[in-house]
Ligand binder design. Structure first.
Ligand code: NAD
Ligand code: UDP
Ligand code: UDP
Length: 328
């Protein structure tokens, strides 16, 4: 009789994986993780609007890796098994810079990637955002909450853009049977964030290292929940590999006010800097915290890295890039 213990696990077949926006912050960490598996071949397409080749330098020239300068608002012909669709500026400074382009990236870009998924039979994962909940009237936000979004505000190109992208994903799924996955990502931080991209964690760390005041936007009591990038990448891969379409919230439920965040950065990085209150921007959500019950149940996922442990890892990367040594 055959001894079942002797049966080798089924060979995992080779996978060709497309990562749009793979030269960006989360995308480049995702590529690092996917490249660890020798069965994976990774193709990155990116227009370098907010990303950089530098984030991928260790893979350039690798036989299982390919980097293509391409804008997802144009059709793309490649043959792949999976698509991680991340291409879209994530920082308010950049997505508000050319709002019409941001909407095109979200709508036409996602349509093109769905057309590609349909033609080649690939599974596609969209990185949506907690911003689909707008300025939420329910706290914390479960996936069933439909959101409170201003359709005509300065953030709408991004949050309404992602909402349409989610709609397109589900319509392709229902109408054409495309295999879809939707992650609703909450604020993520870590090494390789753009130093001057204006998001709060990168701002505070850069300011602390430069000895400048930490700019807390009023009232300072608004909250966010920050997920370290390695946890985020782990969640995205589990979602892609699992059986659930989502949408699924992926984020860290630890909730902090912006004043608390400033105090923590000050304490950990530079106790000499001051904290300065400055004007805020329109439509700033007052509170945000993911309900991750679904991610825990369906993906067996929850974040591991606490803010106090993640901030020093980001500090190290920012010190190198800013040329500020530890003694300063
Ligand atoms: P990022 O700006 O570092 O990366 C986005 C990448 O997409 C960049 O490399 C950029 O050059 C590329 N890109 C932008 N427009 C493009 C286009 N038209 N064609 C091709 N490439 C294009 O941002 P990130 O933080 O890595 O975010 C990645 C994804 O995660 C985005 O879809 C974003 O909406 C989503 N997300 C991020 C966060 C966060 O906190 N970082 C939160 C919610 C959602
Ligand atoms: N598309 C693409 N790559 C492909 C297949 C399609 O970029 O391999 C684009 C195509 O140009 C179109 C979009 O995806 O604009 C939607 O394609 P679909 O076939 O769903 O719609 P149609 O072409 O019929 O409008
Ligand atoms: N913020 C701040 N100081 C800064 C940048 C941002 O206090 O230098 C605040 C901002 O008002 C918001 C929060 O930090 O309440 C998160 O802003 P961010 O732009 O990082 O992300 P998002 O609004 O997309 O969550």
């Amino acid at each position: 009789m055959m001894n079942l213990n002797m049966v080798a696990p089924p060979e995992q077949s080779n996978m060709r994986i497309l990562v749009t926006g793979g030269a960006g912050f989360i995308g480049s960490h995702l590529v690092d993780k996917l490249m660890e598996n020798e069965k994976n071949e990774v193709i990155v397409v990116d227009n370098y609007f907010t990303g950089s080749k530098d984030n991928l330098r260790k893979w350039i020239g690798h036989p299982r890796f390919e980097l293509i300068r391409h804008d997802v608002t144009e059709p793309l012909l490649v043959e792949v098994d999976q698509i991680y669709h991340l291409a879209c500026p994530a920082s308010p400074i950049f997505y508000k810079h050319n709002p019409v382009k941001t909407i095109k990236t979200n709508v036409i870009g996602t349509l093109n990637m769905l057309g590609l998924a349909k033609r080649v039979g690939a599974r596609i994962l969209l990185t949506s955002t907690s911003e689909v909940y707008g300025d939420p009237l329910i706290h914390p936000q479960p996936e069933t909450y439909w959101g409170n979004v201003n359709p005509i505000g300065v953030r709408s190109c991004y949050d309404e853009g992602k909402r349409v992208a989610e709609t397109l994903m589900f319509d392709y799924h229902r109408q054409h049977g495309i295999e879809i996955r939707i992650a609703r990502i909450f604020n993520t931080y870590g090494p390789r964030m753009n130093i001057d991209d204006g998001r709060v964690v990168s701002n505070f760390i850069a300011q602390a290292l430069r000895g400048e005041p930490l700019t807390v936007q009023k009232p300072g009591t608004q909250t966010r929940s920050f997920c370290f990038v390695s946890d985020m990448v782990d969640g995205l891969i589990r979602l892609m590999e699992g059986e659930n379409t989502g949408p699924i919230n992926i984020g860290n439920p630890g909730e902090f006010t912006m004043l608390e965040l400033a105090e923590t950065v000050k304490e950990l990085i530079n106790p000499k800097v001051e904290i300065k209150m400055v004007e805020n921007t329109p439509d700033d959500p007052r509170q945000r915290k993911p309900d991750i019950t679904k991610a825990k149940e369906l993906l067996g996922w929850e974040p591991k890295v606490k803010l106090r442990d993640g901030l020093p890892l980001m500090e190290e990367d920012f010190r190198l890039r800013l040329g500020v040594s530890k003694e300063n």
